[in-house]
Design a protein around this ligand. Structure first.
Ligand SMILES: Cc1ncc(COP(=O)(O)O)c(C=O)c1O
Length: 439
Protein backbone atom coordinates (compact mmCIF):
# COMPACT_ATOMS: atom_id res chain seq x y z
CA UNK A 1 0.00 0.00 0.00
CA UNK A 2 1.09 3.57 -0.50
CA UNK A 3 1.59 5.13 2.90
CA UNK A 4 1.03 8.74 1.80
CA UNK A 5 -2.33 9.52 3.37
CA UNK A 6 -1.80 7.98 6.79
CA UNK A 7 1.94 8.24 6.86
CA UNK A 8 4.71 5.72 7.26
CA UNK A 9 4.92 6.46 10.97
CA UNK A 10 1.34 5.33 11.56
CA UNK A 11 1.89 2.16 9.61
CA UNK A 12 5.07 1.43 11.52
CA UNK A 13 3.22 2.00 14.79
CA UNK A 14 0.44 -0.34 13.70
CA UNK A 15 2.91 -3.05 12.76
CA UNK A 16 4.75 -2.69 16.05
CA UNK A 17 1.48 -3.13 17.93
CA UNK A 18 0.64 -6.21 15.88
CA UNK A 19 4.04 -7.67 16.63
CA UNK A 20 3.44 -7.16 20.35
CA UNK A 21 -0.15 -8.46 20.27
CA UNK A 22 -0.45 -11.63 22.37
CA UNK A 23 -3.50 -12.66 20.32
CA UNK A 24 -1.87 -12.21 16.90
CA UNK A 25 -1.75 -15.97 16.23
CA UNK A 26 -5.55 -16.26 16.22
CA UNK A 27 -5.84 -14.55 12.82
CA UNK A 28 -4.17 -17.58 11.23
CA UNK A 29 -6.98 -19.74 12.49
CA UNK A 30 -9.52 -18.02 10.24
CA UNK A 31 -10.19 -18.11 6.50
CA UNK A 32 -9.40 -14.59 5.29
CA UNK A 33 -11.55 -13.43 2.35
CA UNK A 34 -10.01 -12.57 -1.01
CA UNK A 35 -11.21 -10.80 -4.14
CA UNK A 36 -11.84 -12.41 -7.53
CA UNK A 37 -8.12 -12.35 -8.31
CA UNK A 38 -7.20 -13.90 -4.99
CA UNK A 39 -5.91 -10.65 -3.44
CA UNK A 40 -6.67 -10.28 0.28
CA UNK A 41 -9.61 -8.09 1.19
CA UNK A 42 -9.61 -5.76 4.16
CA UNK A 43 -12.40 -7.28 6.26
CA UNK A 44 -13.93 -5.09 8.97
CA UNK A 45 -17.41 -6.58 8.94
CA UNK A 46 -17.58 -9.08 11.80
CA UNK A 47 -20.60 -7.13 13.10
CA UNK A 48 -22.53 -8.58 10.17
CA UNK A 49 -20.89 -11.93 9.42
CA UNK A 50 -17.88 -13.22 11.32
CA UNK A 51 -15.09 -14.99 9.45
CA UNK A 52 -14.86 -18.74 9.17
CA UNK A 53 -12.70 -20.45 11.80
CA UNK A 54 -10.60 -22.98 9.88
CA UNK A 55 -11.62 -25.68 12.33
CA UNK A 56 -15.28 -25.15 11.37
CA UNK A 57 -14.77 -27.01 8.11
CA UNK A 58 -13.28 -29.99 9.93
CA UNK A 59 -16.11 -30.11 12.43
CA UNK A 60 -18.79 -29.90 9.75
CA UNK A 61 -17.07 -32.57 7.66
CA UNK A 62 -16.78 -34.72 10.74
CA UNK A 63 -20.56 -34.58 11.17
CA UNK A 64 -21.15 -35.27 7.46
CA UNK A 65 -18.88 -38.30 7.79
CA UNK A 66 -20.70 -39.45 10.91
CA UNK A 67 -23.98 -39.16 9.08
CA UNK A 68 -22.59 -41.09 6.09
CA UNK A 69 -21.08 -43.81 8.25
CA UNK A 70 -23.57 -44.22 11.04
CA UNK A 71 -26.82 -42.76 9.74
CA UNK A 72 -29.47 -42.87 12.46
CA UNK A 73 -27.08 -44.35 14.99
CA UNK A 74 -25.18 -41.05 15.02
CA UNK A 75 -27.82 -39.71 17.38
CA UNK A 76 -26.36 -41.94 20.08
CA UNK A 77 -23.00 -43.06 18.78
CA UNK A 78 -21.40 -40.26 16.77
CA UNK A 79 -18.13 -39.05 18.25
CA UNK A 80 -20.22 -36.18 19.54
CA UNK A 81 -23.66 -37.79 19.79
CA UNK A 82 -26.35 -35.62 18.21
CA UNK A 83 -29.01 -36.01 20.88
CA UNK A 84 -27.07 -34.05 23.51
CA UNK A 85 -25.06 -32.04 20.91
CA UNK A 86 -26.06 -28.68 22.41
CA UNK A 87 -24.16 -29.67 25.58
CA UNK A 88 -20.93 -29.19 23.62
CA UNK A 89 -21.76 -25.51 23.21
CA UNK A 90 -22.77 -24.81 26.78
CA UNK A 91 -19.48 -23.84 28.43
CA UNK A 92 -18.48 -21.57 25.54
CA UNK A 93 -21.86 -19.84 25.54
CA UNK A 94 -21.72 -19.42 29.32
CA UNK A 95 -18.28 -17.84 28.89
CA UNK A 96 -19.26 -15.33 26.22
CA UNK A 97 -22.47 -14.36 27.99
CA UNK A 98 -21.32 -14.40 31.60
CA UNK A 99 -24.15 -16.76 32.46
CA UNK A 100 -24.34 -19.89 34.57
CA UNK A 101 -24.15 -22.97 32.34
CA UNK A 102 -27.79 -23.93 32.89
CA UNK A 103 -28.97 -20.44 31.93
CA UNK A 104 -27.92 -20.66 28.27
CA UNK A 105 -28.80 -22.89 25.37
CA UNK A 106 -28.08 -22.88 21.64
CA UNK A 107 -31.25 -23.14 19.61
CA UNK A 108 -33.10 -21.79 16.55
CA UNK A 109 -32.34 -18.29 15.31
CA UNK A 110 -32.69 -14.90 16.91
CA UNK A 111 -36.20 -13.79 15.98
CA UNK A 112 -37.65 -17.25 16.54
CA UNK A 113 -36.09 -17.25 19.99
CA UNK A 114 -37.51 -13.80 20.62
CA UNK A 115 -41.00 -15.17 19.98
CA UNK A 116 -40.40 -18.19 22.19
CA UNK A 117 -39.15 -16.00 25.01
CA UNK A 118 -42.00 -13.53 24.65
CA UNK A 119 -44.46 -16.42 24.83
CA UNK A 120 -43.22 -16.92 28.37
CA UNK A 121 -42.30 -13.43 29.48
CA UNK A 122 -44.72 -11.08 27.77
CA UNK A 123 -47.84 -11.48 29.85
CA UNK A 124 -49.94 -8.34 29.42
CA UNK A 125 -52.49 -7.95 32.19
CA UNK A 126 -54.85 -5.05 32.83
CA UNK A 127 -53.09 -1.73 32.71
CA UNK A 128 -49.64 -3.38 32.58
CA UNK A 129 -49.66 -4.40 28.96
CA UNK A 130 -47.14 -2.26 27.10
CA UNK A 131 -43.70 -3.09 25.73
CA UNK A 132 -40.95 -0.49 25.76
CA UNK A 133 -38.39 -0.63 22.95
CA UNK A 134 -35.97 1.85 21.39
CA UNK A 135 -37.17 3.86 18.41
CA UNK A 136 -35.17 2.67 15.41
CA UNK A 137 -34.92 -0.89 16.72
CA UNK A 138 -33.75 -3.54 14.25
CA UNK A 139 -36.67 -4.18 11.89
CA UNK A 140 -37.05 -7.84 12.82
CA UNK A 141 -37.31 -6.95 16.51
CA UNK A 142 -39.91 -4.32 15.82
CA UNK A 143 -41.98 -6.61 13.61
CA UNK A 144 -41.77 -9.39 16.19
CA UNK A 145 -42.65 -7.17 19.14
CA UNK A 146 -45.55 -5.48 17.34
CA UNK A 147 -46.86 -8.87 16.28
CA UNK A 148 -46.65 -10.16 19.84
CA UNK A 149 -48.78 -7.25 21.01
CA UNK A 150 -51.29 -7.90 18.23
CA UNK A 151 -51.21 -11.66 19.02
CA UNK A 152 -52.54 -10.80 22.46
CA UNK A 153 -55.41 -8.89 20.86
CA UNK A 154 -53.86 -5.53 21.72
CA UNK A 155 -53.01 -2.60 19.49
CA UNK A 156 -49.33 -1.91 18.76
CA UNK A 157 -50.27 1.73 18.09
CA UNK A 158 -51.09 2.09 21.77
CA UNK A 159 -49.06 -0.59 23.42
CA UNK A 160 -45.70 -0.34 21.72
CA UNK A 161 -43.76 2.47 23.37
CA UNK A 162 -40.70 3.59 21.41
CA UNK A 163 -38.10 5.73 23.10
CA UNK A 164 -36.25 7.99 20.66
CA UNK A 165 -33.01 9.89 21.27
CA UNK A 166 -33.46 13.50 22.34
CA UNK A 167 -33.95 15.95 19.45
CA UNK A 168 -30.75 16.25 17.42
CA UNK A 169 -29.06 13.34 19.24
CA UNK A 170 -28.16 9.91 17.86
CA UNK A 171 -27.97 8.05 21.14
CA UNK A 172 -30.43 7.18 23.89
CA UNK A 173 -29.02 7.51 27.37
CA UNK A 174 -29.84 4.98 30.07
CA UNK A 175 -31.21 7.77 32.23
CA UNK A 176 -33.85 8.46 29.55
CA UNK A 177 -34.98 4.85 29.91
CA UNK A 178 -35.09 5.34 33.69
CA UNK A 179 -37.06 8.57 33.34
CA UNK A 180 -39.63 6.98 31.05
CA UNK A 181 -40.02 4.04 33.42
CA UNK A 182 -40.46 6.47 36.28
CA UNK A 183 -43.34 8.05 34.45
CA UNK A 184 -44.98 5.05 32.76
CA UNK A 185 -43.45 1.95 34.34
CA UNK A 186 -46.80 0.90 35.81
CA UNK A 187 -48.17 0.46 32.25
CA UNK A 188 -45.20 -1.52 30.99
CA UNK A 189 -45.07 -5.32 31.07
CA UNK A 190 -41.70 -5.72 29.36
CA UNK A 191 -38.67 -3.64 28.47
CA UNK A 192 -36.98 -5.02 25.34
CA UNK A 193 -33.57 -3.48 24.77
CA UNK A 194 -30.42 -4.10 22.72
CA UNK A 195 -27.08 -4.83 24.36
CA UNK A 196 -25.37 -2.92 21.54
CA UNK A 197 -27.43 -0.80 19.16
CA UNK A 198 -26.97 -2.17 15.64
CA UNK A 199 -26.87 1.18 13.85
CA UNK A 200 -24.87 3.36 16.24
CA UNK A 201 -22.69 0.78 17.99
CA UNK A 202 -23.74 2.18 21.40
CA UNK A 203 -23.38 -0.39 24.19
CA UNK A 204 -25.92 -0.18 27.00
CA UNK A 205 -25.55 -0.96 30.67
CA UNK A 206 -27.71 -4.07 30.79
CA UNK A 207 -27.66 -4.32 34.59
CA UNK A 208 -28.83 -0.74 34.92
CA UNK A 209 -31.71 -1.20 32.47
CA UNK A 210 -32.74 -4.46 34.13
CA UNK A 211 -32.63 -2.76 37.54
CA UNK A 212 -34.76 0.14 36.35
CA UNK A 213 -37.29 -2.22 34.75
CA UNK A 214 -37.56 -4.41 37.85
CA UNK A 215 -37.92 -1.46 40.19
CA UNK A 216 -41.14 -0.63 38.35
CA UNK A 217 -42.40 -4.21 38.26
CA UNK A 218 -41.53 -4.76 34.57
CA UNK A 219 -39.54 -7.64 33.10
CA UNK A 220 -36.40 -6.94 31.07
CA UNK A 221 -35.25 -8.87 27.99
CA UNK A 222 -32.28 -8.15 25.76
CA UNK A 223 -31.31 -8.57 22.11
CA UNK A 224 -27.61 -9.39 22.20
CA UNK A 225 -27.06 -9.82 18.45
CA UNK A 226 -24.34 -7.15 18.49
CA UNK A 227 -23.07 -7.80 22.01
CA UNK A 228 -22.27 -11.46 22.27
CA UNK A 229 -18.65 -12.09 21.33
CA UNK A 230 -18.14 -8.31 21.14
CA UNK A 231 -18.49 -6.88 24.65
CA UNK A 232 -17.92 -8.81 27.88
CA UNK A 233 -21.28 -9.79 29.35
CA UNK A 234 -22.30 -10.76 32.87
CA UNK A 235 -25.85 -11.89 32.22
CA UNK A 236 -26.34 -13.76 35.46
CA UNK A 237 -25.22 -10.86 37.64
CA UNK A 238 -26.88 -8.26 35.43
CA UNK A 239 -30.11 -10.01 36.41
CA UNK A 240 -32.09 -9.37 33.25
CA UNK A 241 -34.85 -11.90 32.79
CA UNK A 242 -33.96 -13.31 29.38
CA UNK A 243 -31.92 -12.62 26.26
CA UNK A 244 -31.51 -13.90 22.72
CA UNK A 245 -28.76 -13.64 20.12
CA UNK A 246 -27.56 -14.87 16.77
CA UNK A 247 -24.19 -16.56 16.28
CA UNK A 248 -23.23 -15.45 12.78
CA UNK A 249 -21.76 -12.08 13.77
CA UNK A 250 -19.03 -11.90 16.41
CA UNK A 251 -19.48 -15.56 17.32
CA UNK A 252 -18.34 -16.64 13.82
CA UNK A 253 -20.89 -19.45 13.67
CA UNK A 254 -21.46 -19.05 9.91
CA UNK A 255 -24.42 -17.86 7.83
CA UNK A 256 -27.70 -18.93 9.43
CA UNK A 257 -25.86 -20.44 12.40
CA UNK A 258 -27.79 -21.72 15.37
CA UNK A 259 -28.76 -18.86 17.71
CA UNK A 260 -28.99 -18.85 21.47
CA UNK A 261 -30.94 -17.74 24.47
CA UNK A 262 -30.48 -16.97 28.14
CA UNK A 263 -33.10 -17.40 30.81
CA UNK A 264 -32.12 -16.24 34.26
CA UNK A 265 -32.10 -19.19 36.61
CA UNK A 266 -34.79 -17.69 38.83
CA UNK A 267 -37.28 -18.38 36.01
CA UNK A 268 -36.11 -21.66 34.73
CA UNK A 269 -37.56 -24.22 37.07
CA UNK A 270 -40.80 -25.66 35.83
CA UNK A 271 -42.09 -25.97 39.39
CA UNK A 272 -45.06 -23.73 40.13
CA UNK A 273 -43.42 -22.27 43.22
CA UNK A 274 -40.86 -20.34 41.18
CA UNK A 275 -43.14 -17.53 40.07
CA UNK A 276 -41.19 -14.34 39.64
CA UNK A 277 -42.40 -10.89 38.78
CA UNK A 278 -45.44 -12.06 36.92
CA UNK A 279 -43.79 -14.48 34.48
CA UNK A 280 -45.97 -17.54 34.60
CA UNK A 281 -43.75 -20.33 35.89
CA UNK A 282 -43.40 -23.16 33.48
CA UNK A 283 -45.39 -21.37 30.79
CA UNK A 284 -43.65 -21.90 27.52
CA UNK A 285 -44.33 -23.05 24.02
CA UNK A 286 -43.08 -26.56 24.44
CA UNK A 287 -41.69 -29.28 22.19
CA UNK A 288 -39.99 -32.58 22.78
CA UNK A 289 -36.48 -31.14 22.95
CA UNK A 290 -37.43 -29.06 25.99
CA UNK A 291 -38.50 -32.23 27.76
CA UNK A 292 -36.04 -33.73 30.23
CA UNK A 293 -33.66 -35.86 28.25
CA UNK A 294 -33.79 -39.02 30.37
CA UNK A 295 -37.47 -39.58 29.71
CA UNK A 296 -37.93 -37.79 26.38
CA UNK A 297 -38.00 -40.97 24.36
CA UNK A 298 -40.70 -42.53 26.52
CA UNK A 299 -42.87 -40.30 24.34
CA UNK A 300 -45.39 -39.73 27.11
CA UNK A 301 -48.22 -37.27 26.78
CA UNK A 302 -47.18 -35.22 29.80
CA UNK A 303 -44.38 -32.67 29.43
CA UNK A 304 -41.59 -32.79 32.00
CA UNK A 305 -39.40 -29.77 31.52
CA UNK A 306 -35.63 -30.11 31.33
CA UNK A 307 -33.60 -28.04 33.77
CA UNK A 308 -32.84 -24.43 33.06
CA UNK A 309 -32.88 -22.70 29.69
CA UNK A 310 -32.88 -26.10 27.98
CA UNK A 311 -36.57 -26.42 28.65
CA UNK A 312 -37.24 -23.65 26.08
CA UNK A 313 -35.83 -25.78 23.27
CA UNK A 314 -38.56 -26.95 20.98
CA UNK A 315 -37.00 -29.01 18.22
CA UNK A 316 -33.86 -31.07 17.86
CA UNK A 317 -30.95 -28.83 16.87
CA UNK A 318 -29.43 -28.44 13.37
CA UNK A 319 -26.10 -30.20 13.89
CA UNK A 320 -24.52 -28.87 10.68
CA UNK A 321 -25.40 -25.30 11.70
CA UNK A 322 -24.05 -25.84 15.19
CA UNK A 323 -20.69 -27.46 14.44
CA UNK A 324 -18.99 -24.22 13.22
CA UNK A 325 -20.00 -22.51 16.44
CA UNK A 326 -18.21 -25.18 18.40
CA UNK A 327 -15.03 -24.35 16.48
CA UNK A 328 -15.41 -20.66 17.16
CA UNK A 329 -16.26 -20.95 20.85
CA UNK A 330 -13.06 -22.94 21.35
CA UNK A 331 -11.17 -19.90 20.05
CA UNK A 332 -12.94 -17.60 22.51
CA UNK A 333 -12.04 -19.99 25.31
CA UNK A 334 -8.41 -20.08 24.21
CA UNK A 335 -8.09 -16.31 23.74
CA UNK A 336 -9.93 -15.36 26.95
CA UNK A 337 -12.61 -12.71 27.24
CA UNK A 338 -10.35 -10.32 29.19
CA UNK A 339 -7.58 -10.36 26.58
CA UNK A 340 -10.05 -10.04 23.73
CA UNK A 341 -11.67 -7.04 25.35
CA UNK A 342 -8.32 -5.41 26.01
CA UNK A 343 -7.32 -5.75 22.37
CA UNK A 344 -10.76 -4.68 21.19
CA UNK A 345 -10.62 -1.45 23.18
CA UNK A 346 -7.15 -0.72 21.80
CA UNK A 347 -8.06 -1.52 18.18
CA UNK A 348 -11.18 0.62 18.22
CA UNK A 349 -9.39 3.48 19.98
CA UNK A 350 -6.72 3.32 17.25
CA UNK A 351 -9.39 3.44 14.55
CA UNK A 352 -11.00 6.40 16.27
CA UNK A 353 -7.66 8.18 16.60
CA UNK A 354 -7.00 7.80 12.86
CA UNK A 355 -10.51 8.88 11.84
CA UNK A 356 -10.87 11.93 14.10
CA UNK A 357 -8.72 14.10 11.80
CA UNK A 358 -11.29 13.42 9.07
CA UNK A 359 -13.95 15.38 10.97
CA UNK A 360 -16.17 17.15 9.96
CA UNK A 361 -16.33 15.16 6.72
CA UNK A 362 -16.63 11.98 8.76
CA UNK A 363 -18.73 12.05 11.91
CA UNK A 364 -18.38 9.18 14.40
CA UNK A 365 -21.75 8.46 15.99
CA UNK A 366 -20.56 5.78 18.38
CA UNK A 367 -19.83 6.95 21.94
CA UNK A 368 -16.23 7.86 22.77
CA UNK A 369 -16.37 6.12 26.13
CA UNK A 370 -15.02 2.55 25.65
CA UNK A 371 -17.50 1.33 28.26
CA UNK A 372 -20.32 2.50 26.00
CA UNK A 373 -19.21 0.69 22.86
CA UNK A 374 -17.82 -2.58 21.55
CA UNK A 375 -15.54 -2.75 18.55
CA UNK A 376 -17.88 -1.15 16.00
CA UNK A 377 -17.64 2.49 14.97
CA UNK A 378 -20.52 3.97 12.99
CA UNK A 379 -19.65 6.74 10.56
CA UNK A 380 -21.78 9.37 8.89
CA UNK A 381 -20.32 11.13 5.89
CA UNK A 382 -21.07 14.87 5.57
CA UNK A 383 -23.58 15.71 2.86
CA UNK A 384 -26.06 12.93 3.63
CA UNK A 385 -26.93 9.53 2.26
CA UNK A 386 -25.82 10.21 -1.36
CA UNK A 387 -22.17 11.03 -0.62
CA UNK A 388 -22.15 8.48 2.20
CA UNK A 389 -23.24 5.69 -0.09
CA UNK A 390 -20.65 6.71 -2.70
CA UNK A 391 -17.88 6.62 -0.10
CA UNK A 392 -19.05 3.18 1.00
CA UNK A 393 -19.06 1.89 -2.58
CA UNK A 394 -15.59 3.30 -3.28
CA UNK A 395 -14.26 1.70 -0.13
CA UNK A 396 -15.53 -1.60 -1.49
CA UNK A 397 -13.82 -0.91 -4.80
CA UNK A 398 -10.65 -0.25 -2.82
CA UNK A 399 -10.98 -3.72 -1.28
CA UNK A 400 -12.34 -2.68 2.13
CA UNK A 401 -15.38 -4.61 3.36
CA UNK A 402 -17.52 -2.80 5.89
CA UNK A 403 -21.28 -2.24 5.56
CA UNK A 404 -23.99 0.29 4.96
CA UNK A 405 -27.08 0.78 7.06
CA UNK A 406 -29.88 3.04 5.97
CA UNK A 407 -30.37 5.88 6.11
CA UNK A 408 -26.75 7.06 6.08
CA UNK A 409 -24.40 4.95 8.20
CA UNK A 410 -21.17 3.13 7.38
CA UNK A 411 -20.39 0.52 10.04
CA UNK A 412 -16.81 -0.60 10.60
CA UNK A 413 -15.69 -3.17 13.15
CA UNK A 414 -12.12 -4.28 13.85
CA UNK A 415 -12.61 -7.67 15.49
CA UNK A 416 -9.91 -8.63 17.99
CA UNK A 417 -9.86 -12.34 17.13
CA UNK A 418 -8.74 -11.75 13.54
CA UNK A 419 -8.15 -8.08 12.78
CA UNK A 420 -4.80 -6.36 13.12
CA UNK A 421 -3.78 -2.82 13.94
CA UNK A 422 -2.47 -2.74 10.38
CA UNK A 423 -6.00 -3.42 9.08
CA UNK A 424 -7.18 -0.38 11.00
CA UNK A 425 -4.37 1.76 9.55
CA UNK A 426 -5.15 0.51 6.06
CA UNK A 427 -8.84 1.27 6.45
CA UNK A 428 -8.10 4.82 7.60
CA UNK A 429 -5.74 5.20 4.67
CA UNK A 430 -8.27 3.99 2.12
CA UNK A 431 -11.05 6.13 3.55
CA UNK A 432 -8.78 9.17 3.48
CA UNK A 433 -7.90 8.46 -0.15
CA UNK A 434 -11.56 8.05 -1.12
CA UNK A 435 -12.41 11.36 0.53
CA UNK A 436 -9.46 13.11 -1.09
CA UNK A 437 -10.62 11.83 -4.45
CA UNK A 438 -13.88 13.68 -3.76
CA UNK A 439 -16.41 10.84 -3.53
C1 LIG B 1 -30.27 -6.57 16.23
C2 LIG B 1 -30.78 -7.70 15.40
N1 LIG B 1 -31.98 -8.25 15.69
C3 LIG B 1 -32.50 -9.24 14.94
C4 LIG B 1 -31.81 -9.75 13.85
C5 LIG B 1 -32.45 -10.84 13.04
O1 LIG B 1 -31.82 -12.04 13.20
P1 LIG B 1 -32.40 -13.45 12.68
O2 LIG B 1 -32.56 -13.36 11.20
O3 LIG B 1 -31.33 -14.41 13.06
O4 LIG B 1 -33.69 -13.69 13.36
C6 LIG B 1 -30.55 -9.23 13.53
C7 LIG B 1 -29.81 -9.74 12.36
O5 LIG B 1 -28.81 -9.23 11.93
C8 LIG B 1 -30.02 -8.18 14.33
O6 LIG B 1 -28.84 -7.62 14.05
Amino acid sequence: MSTGAIGAAVLARARARDAADPLRGFRERFALPVDALGAPLLYLCGHSLGLQPLAARELVIEELDEWARRAVEGHEHARRPWVPYHENLRSGLALVTGARPGEVVAMNSLTVNLHLMFASFYRPAGERRRILIEAGAFSSDRHAVASQIAWHGLDPQDDLLELAPAAGADLVEERAVEALLEERGHEIALVWWPGVQFRTGQAFDIARIARAAHSHGCLAGFDLAHSVGNTPLALHDSAGDFAVWCSYKYLNGGPGAIGGCFVHERHASALPRTAHRGALPGARLAGWWGHEEDTRFLMEAEFHAADGADSWQVSNPPILAAAPLLASLALFEAAGIGRLREKSVALTAFLEELLRPLEPRVHILTPRDPAARGCQLSLRIAGGAGPGRRVFEQLREAGAICDWRTPDIIRVAPVPLYNRFEDVAQFAHRLTRVLEAGA
